[in-house]
Design a protein around this ligand. Sequence first.
Ligand code: NAD
Length: 342
Amino acid sequence: MSQTKTVLVSVKHLFFLDITKKLKIIIFKFFHNFLSCPDLPKQNGKVAIVTGGARGMGYEISRHLASLDMHVVIAGNEEHEGLAAVKKIREELNQGKGAACSTDFVISLFLVEFMYLDLASLTSVRHFVQRYKAKGLPLHVLVNNAGVMLVPERRTEDGFELHFGLNYLGHFLLTNLLLDVLKKSGKPGKCSRIVIMSSATHYGGRLTLDDLQGRMCYSAHGAYAQSKLALLLFSYHLQDQLWVRGDPVTVNAVDPGMVDTALYDNLSSPAQLAKKPFTKLLFRTPAEGASTAIYAAAASELEGIGGLYLYNGRKTESSALSYDQRLQTKLWKESCALVGLQ
Ligand SMILES: NC(=O)c1ccc[n+]([C@@H]2O[C@H](COP(=O)([O-])OP(=O)(O)OC[C@H]3O[C@@H](n4cnc5c(N)ncnc54)[C@H](O)[C@@H]3O)[C@@H](O)[C@H]2O)c1
């Protein structure tokens, strides 16, 4: 009797495993159909900054761009992690090239570097830009990737709500201060590119202009969604301004999908437990999640194309609110005032 039971249990187990496998294939085939980048052209002589490039998707973006021979600056607030990421990427690149040729070795040593940047501090953003400009490097790609999610109510050094201050305002100032270098580095037919990491959570986002800092009613989820909506409003408005002036810079926003990274560390313990069994099935790996941002940064077919919201490597509609030009202008003006830009 017990033997029959055991056999039945293992058959059931096998059957279940099989279904899980099949399900995974179906889900990945139909919904996750942009899990790896197509072949991208080499980017010799180009320079990229990737914020939060030390781990998660930022690391994968940095690694991939460096493998295309781009000089990559990982900009982040965790120096130890940043330097470790630089070392890992350099080792991988040198191994890939076999370090057979001594000049290859020397070039790849300089392909990736770390620079300190705390996006939760406007002073740090200004210092970063000063140090970057002092290097005299051009800038062809800026990937605004860094972010935090679901952090309990907290303020940045300058007193802004953390999600709004770090995810959005820090990147708003960084981008504006780097615009002159981006414009100078691009030319018609070879535009510089700004890639902005948004999220599907923006669809539920509201922008309360009277209470951007969430002082009246705070919700960590609402604050994250607001910051990702603000990034979209910013990216569309910036692209319009650049086009009006004929500047050779494009701006595209990206939704990477659900990706298994440290971003979820602030989930409550029950939510972490509930997420665990579905992670492998429903979440992308950081490399898979990074693929649309890498595509936006380097694909030839996106040359000169901006103002898009990309998901799974394709143009998608973002929320109706994100296209509201009056709201975009109001947010832009308010943001300039908040960060002290003319
Ligand atoms: N993981 C997902 O499911 C998902 C979904 C949609 C959008 N995103 C967005 O993708 C981006 C990358 O997130 P991830 O999932 O790789 O998470 P992650 O936590 O692995 O990476 C976040 C990065 O931001 C950096 N960062 C945090 N605070 C910073 C600060 N003050 N100054 C500078 N850098 C700072 C971290 O050091 C880290 O490198 C984020 O903007 C996130 O909102 C993620």
